[in-house]
Design a binder for this molecule. Sequence first.
Ligand code: NAD
Length: 292
Amino acid sequence: NLPKIAWIGLGIMGSPMSENLIKAGYDVTGFTLEQDKLDRLAAAGGTAAPSIAAAVRDADVIITMVPASPQVEAISYGPDGILENARQGALLIDMSSITPQTSVDLAKAAGDKGIRVLDAPVSGGEAGAIEAVLSIMVGGTQADFDIAKPVLDALGKTIVLCGPHGSGQTVKAANQLIVAVNIQACAEAVVFLEKSGVDLTAALDVLNGGLAGSTVLTRKKDNFLNRDFKPGFRIDLHHKDMGIVTDAARNVGAALPVGAVVAQLVASLRAQGDGGLDHSALLRAVERLSGA
Ligand code: NAD
């Protein structure tokens, strides 16, 4: 008997991920703020719930995929939230990328009510969500990880228990640091190559075959070539993640000199009204600095 799933947060990631669970045979009841996303869930064979409480009441496993810590707190706490309405023994898997401390606090508050919790943020983007090949970085206990693993297997390919509650978020913060710096390096190379008059398609192809190649370059190549900045992963969300990694690193005394510069460039894009664009729009920041 497969566990019954409740899914809260059906956005760019949550919609395709929940649909992969439906395809794998799970019974999924979902709630999110946009009616069109609820309609999409129902069309895919899931059940649209009228509220968080209704969605989670009978669930064995509750998965949340919302933007940031404030939304995780909003859906978890209070009389209409998950903790008040889930049944004892249910497992709450928060897959949002949030502050590690929020995950630690949530695990404690849920534990007091007999609800198990894992933090399980993901990497791999919208494409990874659709193809069910996400990397999933998990924080929590081995026993809860063992319960979650078959469910997570329907969503991702590389699924690793990183340590106690909050560890998944810490690893995700490192992931976001690496991705932002990598995009920035690619964007600088693109502007340099274009200003030099080199054929960009040829250049990116050959670069990708060598040590400069990366998942970022593979996945974002067309964004760079076509100046297509439809998200994908929004600058607003990457701004949030650069804040998380900057704070977490400061707390442990780790220096992020390059990360700090890239965080400023992400913030500047946001300040110029580009927060809704894909993070490959770091190219725009470099172009502006280069007068391109
Ligand atoms: P999104 O904005 O597309 O979706 C967020 C969803 O959360 C929306 O459908 C919204 O209705 C729902 N939501 C927000 N507040 C809610 C509430 N109070 N009650 C119910 N639903 C609520 O965001 P996304 O791109 O899917 O990202 C979700 C999370 O995944 C973020 O933490 C992000 O950092 C992370 N992430 C995103 C990507 C990506 O490529 N987009 C990749 C990896 C990780």
